[in-house]
Design a protein around this ligand. Structure first.
Ligand code: UGA
Length: 442
């Protein structure tokens, strides 16, 4: 094919954009990634991932070496690409629930002068419903003759490359009529590999596409908070929430996935997305329709507190100057992401109570130390455990799940373990002489 291949640009090379750019190049497309952050561009250009994501370094290296993938901080270099993916962040506004669309608007404004007749701008960022229609009007008003589609992303951190290359489903939000068909044809060409593998495709309007994304995350967050609410009830009745989850999960209508009770959900998506959804629903006069999301958020935040309370309780009511080993900092395993991390929050709260917190994590120490230099970190689990009066597991990394309770007991001062993720074999730990406390378990 060579030169008549569709050229792709990706605007924003954070988590979503960097993975998307590299994955599209891996699929054989010609890709240019753009970001205003020059340090990030330098690292990506050298084939180095600026964050930890399994599989990403390999495809970044091969695609940059082959010339199919380049990166730039000069927006004029995006001219000439036919399809432009918008992958900038939409963080929570400071002190508010609503999403901050500054980066989206800045990206669109800087892109408009680079667009030619028939180009397609494809939104991937998670945005409040109504944003795509507003941006489409802006693009029309610019007279560039470009089109807009909304194509939400459902990748999970830790599985980002796999989820991008072979997604569970594709959703295209496109304009009505002929313009929509043109947009769809371009997207079909880009996603030809996934489509040829029978990936389900939902073609819809902008509003539905935007809502699919936020409602999917709202549903997942609700599922997690549901099981955590059951954990709270289990705690006052002596029931075991892990068995409860197994039992209800056998009903295929419910399903066992995302029913793991523990310190709750964190990360750069679920927490801010349910808050932004609440804020948007209120703007639309339908706040009551998603009022339950406030409860979902509240239940979720209570579980971090519960883990802290369990540590304090296990140590007789106070942790002042006691060494506590905190195993985990990332918001989930296989990630170095500490955005809204329950694990890091537990470490910070224990430190705030005067405990001598020593935290460890296979990938997230550097990010944590930058944000919370007051905490102590150690590279090895052994150093964290050494002389600890209590151990709290808050991210279920394989390294922690597979700890040998007998060997671990020899290192600590007190054999007390708080399993904030219900990821340890309670029986094995108890058999080794530990006082084991799970979340929502006797
Ligand atoms: C989430 C969604 O799962 C993706 O589909 C979506 O694309 C993404 O947000 C996004 O909007 O970009 P992610 O944030 O990577 O993906 O992580 P999840 O695997 O959803 O986990 C979120 C949090 O929930 C983690 O803190 C995890 O520990 C917690 N969790 C998950 C539980 O506490 N219990 C569970 O049973 C499952």
């Amino acid at each position: 094919k060579g030169d008549d291949r569709v050229k792709i640009s990706v605007i924003g090379c954070g988590y979503l954009g960097a993975v998307h750019a590299a994955s599209m190049a891996e699929l054989g497309h010609d890709v240019i990634g753009f970001d205003v952050d020059e340090a990030k561009i330098r690292s990506l250009s050298a084939g180095e991932a600026p964050f930890f994501e399994p599989g990403l370094p390999e495809i970044l290296k091969s695609a940059t070496a082959s010339g199919r993938l380049r990166f730039t901080s000069d927006v004029t270099e995006l001219k000439g690409a036919k399809v432009h993916f918008l992958a900038v962040g939409t963080p929570q506004k400071a002190g508010e629930y609503a999403a901050d669309l500054t980066y989206v608007d800045l990206a669109v404004e800087s892109l408009i002068p680079q667009l030619s007749e028939g180009d397609l701008l494809v939104g991937k960022s998670t945005v409040p419903v109504g944003t795509a229609a507003r941006l489409a009007a802006r693009i029309d008003a610019s007279g560039s003759g470009a089109l807009l589609a909304w194509n939400p992303e459902f990748l999970r951190e830790g599985f980002a490359v796999k989820d991008t290359i072979s997604p569970d489903r594709l959703v295209y939000g496109i304009p009505e009529g002929e313009r929509g068909l043109v947009a769809k044809a371009l997207l079909d060409e880009i996603y030809a590999t996934a489509l040829s593998n029978d990936t389900p495709l939902v073609v819809t309007d902008y509003a539905t596409a935007e809502l699919v994304k936020v409602s999917a995350n709202a549903f997942l967050a609700t599922k997690i908070s549901f099981i955590n609410a059951m954990a709270e009830i289990a705690e006052v009745t002596g029931a075991d929430v892990t068995q409860l989850a197994d039992a209800i999960g056998f009903d295929a209508r419910i399903g066992r996935r995302f029913l793991n009770a523990g310190v709750g959900f964190g990360g750069g998506c679920l927490p801010k997305d349910i808050r932004a959804f609440s804020a948007r629903a209120e703007e639309l006069g339908r706040g009551e329709s998603v009022a339950f999301l406030k409860e979902v958020d509240a239940i979720n935040l209570r579980r971090r507190q519960r883990a802290v309370d369990l540590v304090v309780e296990s140590l007789g009511g106070q942790v002042y100057q006691k060494k506590i080993a905190v195993l985990g900092l990332a918001f989930k395993p296989d990630s170095d992401d500490i955005r809204d991390s329950p694990a890091l929050d537990v470490a910070v709260q224990l430190h705030g109570l005067g405990a001598e917190v020593v935290a460890t994590d296979p990938e997230a120490i550097a990010n944590s130390a930058r944000k919370h230099p007051q905490l102590s970190f150690t590279e090895t689990v052994e150093d964290a455990l050494h002389g600890a009066e209590a151990v709290v597991v808050v991210t279920e990394w394989k390294e922690f799940r597979e700890l040998d309770p007998v060997a671990a007991k020899a290192l600590v001062a007190n054999a007390i373990v708080i399993d904030g993720r219900n990821c340890l074999d309670a029986e094995a730990w108890r058999a080794a002489g530990w006082t084991y406390r799970g979340m929502g378990r006797p």
